[in-house]
Design a protein around this ligand. Structure first.
Ligand code: SIN
Length: 287
């Protein structure tokens, strides 16, 4: 995957499965119609766009995110005071990272889960802190027909209970040790039911829609049956050949489609700060 569109913008595939790096685009000012079209077409084709060498303000990041829809205001992870839709994801040197450090799809526990995430790298460790993405569309395609037929009508319960409950996270998040602040409320325990297989509203393609961080149980199966089936789906959907990996630099903006991807922020930089700014977009109910 390597294409060179006209106007000095270069697009390079990140892996055989998904993802592309874009060079030569300036996201700090309003994009032209042609640039917006290029951005959206590339986004629907590659799923993860990693756009280098940007200088975004809070306002320009939010304006960029609005190309994809309306930003969420997260009910648990607090946004910035003046910019509630912008979460400052800071991991200070000497602390463990908590935010996004296992396979997940952003906010799948919302009734209308986030469709798109726009993450801006501000301070990046000299080595480590990469983010890995996996194609749940490719994972679905590779399943056998009998398993697809079994999974297709199923639904699963999603909740933030495991990821955000201070009783399972040792209170660290709520003590501000990660430098992200959280609102502790019943939203943590709310449950939402989504289909196990969803169809993308724009591309019409199907993908698996379960993830280790937020999916609790498949409806109608016993807990051991559900746990076993989910464990197998997580294993097959995160095989290296279904992934791409983003190496961040200060000034990298990565935009990804949560409707057909999972991702994993690698916590391998204990001695360094990492500062990111994140906006997510309110999606549609998965169908
Ligand atoms: C996230 O899960 O949205 C954060 C990903 C990252 O920090 O790389």
């Amino acid at each position: 995957m390597h294409t060179t569109p006209p106007n000095d913008i270069e697009i390079r595939g990140l892996s055989g499965a998904l993802g592309a790096e874009i060079l030569g685009m300036d996201l700090s000012r309003p994009l032209s119609g042609a640039e917006t079209e290029l951005l959206l077409n590339s986004f629907y084709r590659y799923g993860v766009l990693c756009i280098r060498d940007q200088k975004l303000t809070y306002d320009s990041q939010i304006a960029l995110a609005r190309i994809f829809g309306t930003p969420d205001v997260h009910p648990i992870a607090n946004g910035m005071e003046e910019y509630p839709e912008l979460i400052r994801v800071m991991k200070p040197a000497g602390e463990q990272a908590f935010f996004g450090t296992s396979w997940h799809t952003d906010n799948s526990f919302f009734e209308r889960p986030s469709s798109v995430t726009v993450l801006y790298g501000s301070e990046i460790p000299p080595v480590g802190g990469d983010t890995v993405y996996a194609s749940m569309e490719r994972a679905w395609e590779l399943l056998s027909e009998p398993l697809k037929a079994f999974l297709e009508p199923l639904e699963a319960v999603h909740s933030a209970r495991e990821a955000f409950d201070p009783r399972t996270t040792g209170d660290a998040k709520y003590n501000g040790e990660t430098a992200i602040t959280y609102t502790y409320s019943d939203a943590i325990y709310e449950e939402t039911v989504h289909p196990v297989v969803r169809t993308h509203p724009i591309t019409g393609r199907k993908s698996l829609y379960v993830n280790e961080m937020f999916t609790q149980q498949i409806v109608g199966l016993s807990k051991p049956e559900s746990d076993g089936l989910l464990a197998m789906l997580y294993q097959v959907s995160t095989r290296p050949e279904l992934t791409c990996r983003v190496r961040w630099e200060a000034g990298t903006v990565t935009i990804w489609d949560n409707r057909w991807l999972q991702h994993y922020a690698i916590d391998d930089y204990p001695d360094h700060d990492r500062l990111m700014y994140r906006v997510t977009i309110t999606g549609e109910r998965p169908a």
